[in-house]
Design a protein around this ligand. Structure first.
Ligand code: MHO
Length: 222
């Protein structure tokens, strides 16, 4: 069978990825299946890149099929000039149930990277005695298998392949801010209608229309 090559990109490195802030902070959260938060955070302005993986356990080199005592975790590199840790914490808090006990794989956890994150996370927990989120210092993060990264985008093969054309190396693909946003937009997150960003994602007009239509349909925007 013949497949025609998707023609959805400009074929160039997206403008958005040419202006990535040099210095970023990192936030690490566990809040259930990591596919959802990968997309949710990815659509937020100020988030530079995301990756999913496993953390919180002792087993070395966990895999999805052999997770041991680890928990599905989302890691977010963000520009602290654009988005604060407090705002990320709020998104964390309101997008899963931090009061309900889950299996180790899906526990609610915060891995803080510095004193400020530690204080904000602990204050948040203290504000509501029902919150059972486990708060601990960040230690190890094991990136998940390639097929878990930007999973929602990977469910849309034409758009996924379009970005893989730009970024054949999976690590470049995962680290791309444009890909990170697109993964959020295909899940209906974010505010594409106001985002001039749409033009800086590296898609051509056909690709932009495709992404916009998916976002509009799923987000329920007019
Ligand atoms: N219920 C989901 C969980 C996947 S998530 C990476 C599924 O297997 O489809 O844990």
């Amino acid at each position: 069978m013949m497949f025609s090559k998707p023609q959805l990109t400009t074929g160039e490195v997206p403008e958005m990825d040419k202006n990535v802030p040099k210095y970023t902070n990192t936030a690490t959260f566990a809040m259930g299946c990591f596919w959802g938060p990968d997309a949710l955070f990815g659509a937020k302005p100020g988030v530079v890149r995301t990756r999913v993986g496993y953390a919180g356990g002792k087993k070395t080199s966990p895999t999805y099929r052999d997770l041991g005592d680890h928990t599905e975790t989302i890691q977010i590199d963000y520009d602290p000039k654009e988005i604060g840790y407090e705002e990320l914490l709020k998104i964390f808090l309101y997008n899963h149930d931090p009061t309900y006990p889950k299996s180790t794989q899906y526990r609610s956890m915060i891995f803080y990277h510095d004193k400020e994150q530690e204080k904000l996370a602990k204050d948040m927990k203290e504000s509501n005695s029902d919150i059972i989120t486990i708060i601990q210092p960040f230690k190890d993060f094991y990136p998940a298998e390639d097929y878990h990264q930007k999973y929602r985008l990977s469910m849309n093969k034409p758009l996924y392949m379009a970005f893989r054309d730009i970024y054949p190396d999976i690590n470049d693909f995962v680290d791309s801010t444009a890909v990170t946003r697109a993964n959020g937009y295909v899940s209906g997150h974010g505010h594409i209608e106001t985002a001039e960003e749409l033009r800086s994602l590296g898609l051509n007009s056909t690709g932009r229309k495709k992404l916009y239509d998916i976002w509009k349909k799923i987000s329920g925007a007019e």
